[in-house]
Design a protein around this ligand. Structure first.
Ligand code: GBH
Length: 491
């Protein structure tokens, strides 16, 4: 089988994000982000802990690069903290003199280690000042202007070192979890036990609209002012695969609605220039409209399809109506997810969190679907899992992460099969380099190939790090001997 090979220039490595790893929220002039304030409330994360520590990577980044080099990667995806670059975030606010230089040194060190940087401008950690000033992404004129300014500052400061840029990570998740369900910062929801203000049925679509316009405006700046540096730029979208529960017309149509509500919501605007008709039908006047010139700006605004993919659900028409206060269900309209097929079989084995079962065939289906629908290069920008029971494991047990190894092997194999059939998939960035601050799960959900002791900050490679190094090395036709050094001992 041809799944044995990957192209020599294939990009592989790990993805991270500033709000989950940097810590040091008030060091060297950084301003607070909405995730600092949200996670400090004490009742918004599983373990009550804030993002103040992350993986302490603002301090320990050299160690991280050395470890990544020992893992054999050739690419690294990370995000830039907006409030480290511009503490208050706005276009007339002061720029932090320590912001860009930190990321410049970081990127230069990656390059010296033979690792290509893939920075993301925005992975959810909005400057708190902008939320306070004008409600962040709810305010179109202000946020588009401020994001464009921030993007320009970053491109001018770092663009000569970067070949692939990501504008925004998972706008669908930022909009829905932050402004409908209220589980993510800024925590807005119609659920008054969670938030004093918010409108779960309306705000996600305003925020989504403005995220798209901010993305498109930043891309315009890049292409007109910076692109002579020869890089590409795109949006990263989260897409689960939705498999019809059975072969009835109702279930098939339900799967299409689910995928449209979650993912085509953002994918169609940037690759086709407008929202899908089906989404307009479902949402009616809750969905804002693009002006003609905005459609022109959006169309083709992503050079590639950036895909974060974790899992697959069976989907069908809901059998019992959603409770009026169940805004998560209402988000999915009349569709519900299930993990059990009509014959009683589960879609995949149970993992360490209920939402993320391994379903490699779903990865294959979503990749093929996106290639057929858009005809764009695909960058897999996140993919990963947590092992059953891992959240309660001590280091010695956690490093034996065979469940994660099986997940990576099976997902990479189906991806390699498609590449060998001619589907242009250009990267595989595993989520994630090291156990980190996992948003509403606090530090309890460990997705890393590196175990992190949150008391001491000590890092210990898990078995999966060594597995991926060898597995990817073989698939890309390299031999272990050609890689520098070895992985440090697990002690
Ligand atoms: C990615 O999102 C993020 O980009 C990354 O920052 C994060 O660390 C990583 O996943 C791992 O979680 O409890 O049923 O409401 C993936 C999309 C959206 C998946 C929120 C989990 C919660 C499901 N995530 N979702 S539920």
């Amino acid at each position: 089988m041809s799944s044995d090979t990957l192209p020599r220039d294939f990009l592989w490595g790990y993805a991270t994000s500033s709000g989950q790893i940097e810590g040091s929220p008030e060091v060297d002039g950084r301003g607070l982000s909405i995730w600092d304030t949200f996670s400090r409330q004490g009742n918004t994360t599983e373990d009550g802990r804030s993002s103040d520590f992350g993986t302490d990577s603002y301090i320990r980044w050299k160690e991280d690069i050395a470890l990544m080099k020992s893992y054999g990667v050739n690419c690294h995806r990370f995000s830039i903290s907006w409030s480290r670059v511009i503490p208050l975030g706005g276009r007339t606010d002061p720029i932090n003199p320590a912001g860009i230089p930190f990321y410049r040194t970081f990127i230069q060190s990656l390059l010296e280690a033979g690792i290509q940087p893939m920075p993301t401008l925005f992975h959810w950690d909005l400057p708190q000042a902008l939320q306070d000033r004008y409600k962040g992404f709810l305010n179109k004129e202000e946020i588009v202007a401020d994001f464009t300014h921030y993007a320009r500052v970053v491109f001018e400061g770092l663009g000569d070192l970067v070949k692939v840029w990501v504008t925004i990570n998972e706008p669908n998740v930022y909009a829905a979890l932050g402004h409908c369900i209220g589980a993510h910062a800024p925590g807005r929801s119609s659920d008054r036990t969670k938030s004093p203000e918010g409108d779960s049925l309306v705000e996600p679509y305003i925020v989504g609209h403005n995220l798209l316009l901010a993305h498109a405006a930043a891309v315009k700046v890049y292409r007109e002012e910076i692109a002579q540096q020869g890089g590409s730029i795109g949006l990263v979208i989260n897409a689960n695969w939705a498999e019809p529960y059975d072969q009835t017309d109702q279930s098939i149509a339900a799967a299409e609605r689910y995928f449209t509500i979650c993912s085509l919501w953002f994918a169609d605007p940037v690759h086709k220039g407008d929202y899908p008709d089906l989404l307009k039908e479902i949402l009616g006047d809750r969905l804002p409209e693009f002006a003609p010139e905005e459609k022109v700006l959006l169309m083709g605004s992503s050079d590639f399809f950036g895909l974060n993919h974790y899992t697959t659900y069976y989907t069908k028409v809901r059998t019992t109506p959603a409770a009026p206060t169940d805004f998560r269900s209402q988000f999915f309209h009349d569709v519900e997810e299930t993990i059990t097929s009509p014959d009683g079989k589960e879609i995949g084995p149970e993992a360490g969190l209920p939402w993320v079962r391994p379903v490699p065939w779903g990865f294959k289906k979503v990749l093929r679907y996106l290639w057929e629908r858009y005809g764009k290069d695909i960058y897999v920008t996140e993919n990963g899992v947590i092992c059953p029971g891992e959240k309660d494991m001590k280091k010695e047990e956690a490093v034996e992460d065979d469940f994660r190894i099986d997940y990576y092997r099976s997902y990479i194999n189906v991806m390699a099969e498609l590449i060998n059939e001619g589907v242009p998939i250009k990267s595989y960035l595993a989520w994630t380099f090291a156990d980190n601050f996992e948003w509403q799960e606090g530090y309890t959900a460990k997705f890393g190939v590196t175990f992190v002791d949150t008391e001491t900050g000590d890092r210990t490679p898990k078995k999966s790090a060594g597995f991926l190094r060898e597995f990817m090395g073989k698939k890309m036709g390299k031999h272990e001997a050609s890689l520098d050094g070895g992985i440090p001992d697990k002690t």
